[in-house]
Design a protein around this ligand. Structure first.
Ligand code: ADP
Length: 214
């Protein structure tokens, strides 16, 4: 057995939330926290994270893309499969931590809650592609839509999902909360309508707990 196979498995963290919830803001904090604790970590995102995945991301986010509901879900999982094989599994096997800006809960929330693809179908793809792989910790940044929309206003060009109507984002938020309810061990739901410092104190607590977990 090589020393790499013997390394303790790393930790897998995912960040989730409606657009404008603060994922990018807190990602920078997580990066600093892990560096400050001398934890070797990989930062990645979905859709994306590999050359193929980034091409899929461009297609999925481009406002002019026309794609069926099922094709959208399948593209998300095609990107994910490549990401797991090339980036996630190798990092975890080497004992590194891996932080992904979005993962499968986004597919449940956006394609499931938002678009109406059944959770059952998404679950079938999840089983196929992940073969039991699940994040150790999912930070769900939760806040009312109006607050998120207000924060985003005028800050960037909206992508194909961000351009959706309020009821779409409401369904996305609700689907996330349902996921969190069904897996309370994995999820940390963070009230993201609060100030940044307060949220980050919570994040640090969750990272510390994960670090101490055997
Ligand atoms: P996401 O990556 O989830 O779409 P961002 O991190 O880009 O969200 O945050 C959207 C906007 O809201 C940014 O302008 C950011 O500076 C601001 N923001 C994020 N979190 C907070 C907060 N807790 N309080 C006030 N403004 C925030």
């Amino acid at each position: 057995m090589s020393s790499q196979q013997q390394a303790p498995r790393g930790r897998f963290i995912t960040l989730e939330g409606i657009d404008g919830a603060g994922k990018s803001t807190h990602l920078a904090f997580i990066r600093d926290w892990l560096a400050g604790h001398a934890i070797d970590a990989v930062f990645t995102r979905e859709p994306g994270g590999t050359p193929l995945g980034e091409k899929i991301r461009e297609l999925l986010l481009a406002p002019e893309t026309r794609v069926s509901l099922d094709a959208e879900a399948l593209l998300a999982f095609a990107s994910r499969q490549q990401h797991i094989a090339d980036v996630i599994e190798p990092a975890l096997c080497a004992g590194r931590w891996l932080v992904s800006d979005r993962f499968t809960d986004s597919t449940y929330a956006f394609q499931g809650g938002g678009r109406g693809v059944s959770f059952e179908r998404i679950g079938a793809l999840e089983d196929w592609v992940q073969r039991g792989l699940q994040p150790d910790l999912t930070l769900l940044f939760d806040l009312p839509l109006e607050v998120a929309a207000g924060r985003m206003a005028g800050t960037r060009q909206l992508d194909r999902f961000e351009q959706e109507a309020a009821d779409f984002h409401q369904r996305v938020r609700e689907a996330y909360l349902r996921r969190a309810d069904s897996e309370p061990q994995r999820f940390a739901v963070l009230d993201s309508s609060r100030g940044i410092a307060e949220i980050q104190a919570d994040i640090a607590g969750h990272l510390q707990k994960l670090r101490e977990r055997g």
